[in-house]
Ligand binder design. Structure first.
Ligand SMILES: *Cc1c(COP(=O)(O)O)cnc(C)c1O
Length: 415
């Protein structure tokens, strides 16, 4: 299955938005002019010093960047003891890239700030977005409030019920939340509805997509806005350790925080890279969301990528304890990175993530979101087997405030 290896892993996508066999622009005729408009605006903005300066200013003063690169000393020590108990005397040094400290509590705002600047450049006066758990909806509603633009968020009806606090946040921020009853009333259906709105309101509307997926150029531009994570990590690591890390680990839903950390390191052969998918209740049943480990290639939301689908190509509903990881597709660049072998993708189960959530809270005084708790569970498995002079950087991409109800329920505790 390995595709031909490229000279650089950082050069893609090509003109048609393809990463090897993945990506592209599988959209209706009617959407094509909008996509090409967006492509033009993006090509101009990405090399425009004024655009860059405005983005840098918001990153610094609104989001709070750069986020710290933090050495997790107590966790490192604890895993060294685990290593010793296994007779290994190892235990890599663990660093966290602390994107959970961003305004609104996760990496999502990095992308929203970038895209709303693009929308303004294009003269758009109305913003639409899709959301699953509501995190991207909240981040979008936040930047819309900041720039005084009307905001419509499509959200599956099932999710509207499950995620009441985020629905309320979006409303406070001035957004209109539209429940989508089609399909199972979840993220996939909300995304379809947002694409439909976009075609209908061509002139006024900008579709602010929430992850590194969708038709070209979205996977590329979302990656570029999120790459601030990896660029900062590189600089910070060189400053504190004088060298690059041995391994990067990040949780993968649609893949935006992961590609943001990974991309600046893709051509550094000595840096091992691991993406962590939601293994849910196990890959043998239906209740997981491991599109790369257990899915197969197909077309969803305008691009070719790995998906969870049945024999007839019907998209399956994903499951994960963390609502942010249950997108049944994955950004196309990750599909390509999997097939070329540059990045290794592994599943982590709900129970493992729940345990890692508690370990981090106890050892470092940081309550993580359940998504990065998946990445942490993988770090906990790997660090004891690595040498003490090796270094792991994990993207701590969200804080856990939003998840305490879920965790309480799973631990059988009353709030
Ligand atoms: C939304 C979300 C994710 C999953 O999205 P990606 O595009 O894969 O990054 C992961 N972690 C957190 C904290 C999120 O809010």
């Amino acid at each position: 299955m390995n595709q031909q290896l490229p000279n650089s892993f950082r050069a893609g996508p090509d003109e048609e938005g393809r990463f090897g066999l993945f990506g592209g622009r599988f959209v209706a005729e009617t959407l094509m002019p909008l996509i090409l408009d967006l492509q033009d605006a993006w090509n101009t903005a990405r090399v425009d010093p004024a655009f860059r300066a405005e983005l840098d200013g918001l990153n610094k003063h609104y989001i709070g960047r750069p986020s710290p690169l933090y050495f997790a000393e107590r966790l490192t020590e604890e895993l060294r003891q685990v290593s010793e108990s296994q007779g290994l005397a190892g235990g890599a040094k663990i660093y966290f890239k602390r994107d959970e400290l961003n305004h609104t509590g996760s990496h999502k705002i990095n992308n929203c700030v970038g895209q709303i600047l693009l929308a303004r450049k294009m003269g758009k006066t109305r913003i639409i977005a899709e959301t699953g758990a509501g995190q991207h909806g909240v981040a979008t509603a936040t930047v819309c409030a900041r720039f005084g633009l009307p905001c419509v968020v499509y959200m599956g009806a099932t999710d509207v019920e499950r995620q009441a606090p985020n629905v309320f946040r979006m409303k406070l921020l001035g957004a209109e939340v539209v429940p989508v009853t089609a399909g199972h009333g979840t993220l996939k259906d909300a995304m379809n509805e947002a694409l439909r709105d976009w075609v209908t309101n061509v002139d006024s509307t900008y579709y602010l997509i929430g992850t590194a997926a969708g038709p070209h150029p979205y996977p590329e531009l979302v990656r570029e806005f999120q790459s601030v994570i990896g660029k900062e990590t590189r600089e910070q690591m060189l400053e504190v350790e004088g060298r690059l890390p041995d391994m990067l680990v990040a949780a993968v839903g649609g893949g935006s925080n992961a590609i943001g950390l990974f991309h600046p390191f893709l051509d550094d052969k000595d840096v091992a890279i691991v993406g962590v998918e939601a293994g849910g209740k196990g890959l043998d049943g239906e209740e997981h969301c491991a599109s790369l480990t257990a899915g197969s290639p197909g077309v969803l939301h305008g691009n070719r990528t790995y998906l969870l689908q049945d024999g007839d190509g019907q998209i399956k509903e994903g499951h994960s304890i963390s609502a942010g990881l249950d997108y049944p597709g994955i950004g196309p660049e990750h599909s390509w990175l999997k097939d070329t072998g540059r990045v290794e993708y592994v599943p982590i189960m709900d129970t493992e993530a729940l345990a890692a959530f508690q370990v981090l809270t106890r050892t470092e005084g940081i309550i993580p979101a359940l998504e990065p708790a998946h990445a942490l569970a993988e770090v906990i498995k790997r660090a004891p087997k690595m040498d003490r002079d090796q270094i792991i950087v994990m993207n701590l991409c969200g804080r856990g405030d939003k998840d305490v109800h879920t965790v309480a329920k799973h631990l059988g505790m009353e709030m």
